[in-house]
Design a binder for this molecule. Structure first.
Ligand code: SF4
Length: 232
């Protein structure tokens, strides 16, 4: 029987709500990068990656054109993913550090990777309308998982989780500001349970090539995430 988690991921992969993004994903899949000319690109919305039960929900921005849009798996097949999966493996959230394709044997443990926008956008920049259109998938992902820690990779992901938390009365007081290592406590009123929002710079080449984000900095983020999970 198909689980609710599988159904959600199938709905994401089948979505065609954003004409511009659907066309862009198809176009990239058709034109391909020369290095991947012999590969079949996924070329569609990329579903969530990971098991249906997880303590950690990582929220990225959007699939890379020749990474996740090629392989069909979040962060898989590009430099950002190389950084992320190495750190996840070091922190015990992944069974291996390498991530190259859907058949590479990689499994996440108690961790799911999602995105604010499930389709690869031109110039890595979804429009506000596109992220709003995709937001119900993030809402449904959170409702399915009920994670103990949200790790927002970048300011847009941070804002999306804050918005969800406000809408569901999980957050009161001043707006928490994003920075690398910043965090905010969220309280689920009806269940009287708390969870955490943690921020990290996105492991994009723009950040890793310039030294804005280093491996020790990313390791510390996952240590903090593990600490929050064991404290919650
Ligand atoms: S960005 Fe989200 S809402 Fe828009 S087509 Fe892709 S999956 Fe659908």
């Amino acid at each position: 029987m198909t689980s609710d988690w599988q159904k959600l991921n199938e709905r994401i992969a089948d979505c065609q709500a954003c004409d511009r993004l659907v066309k862009h994903c198809h176009l990239v899949a058709k034109n391909k990068r020369r290095a991947y000319a012999d590969q079949d690109y996924w070329g569609r919305p990329v579903p969530n990656m990971g098991p249906s039960r997880a303590s950690l929900l990582i929220v990225g921005l959007a699939p890379g054109a020749h990474g996740a849009n090629r392989t069909g798996r979040m962060f898989t097949g590009d430099r950002s993913g190389d950084w992320l999966f190495k750190a996840l493996h070091r922190a015990g959230f992944a069974n291996q550090a390498e991530s190259s394709s859907q058949s590479d044997g990689l499994r996440l443990k108690s961790c799911v990777i999602t995105a604010v926008c499930h389709c690869a956008p031109p110039d890595n920049k979804p429009t506000t309308e596109e992220t709003l259109r995709c937001a119900p998938f993030l809402d449904q992902t959170i409702q399915e998982l009920r994670p103990r820690v949200f790790l927002a990779l970048g300011g847009l992901a941070w804002k999306a989780v804050v918005k969800y938390a406000r809408q569901h009365d999980w957050l009161s007081g001043p707006q928490p500001k994003f920075s690398h290592g910043s965090f905010a406590q969220l309280v689920i009123p009806r269940r009287r349970k708390r969870c955490w929002l943690l921020g990290s710079y996105h492991p994009s080449q723009q950040n890793t090539f310039t030294g804005r984000l280093t491996e020790p900095m990313l390791n510390e983020i996952f240590q903090q995430a593990n600490q929050f999970i064991s404290d919650t």
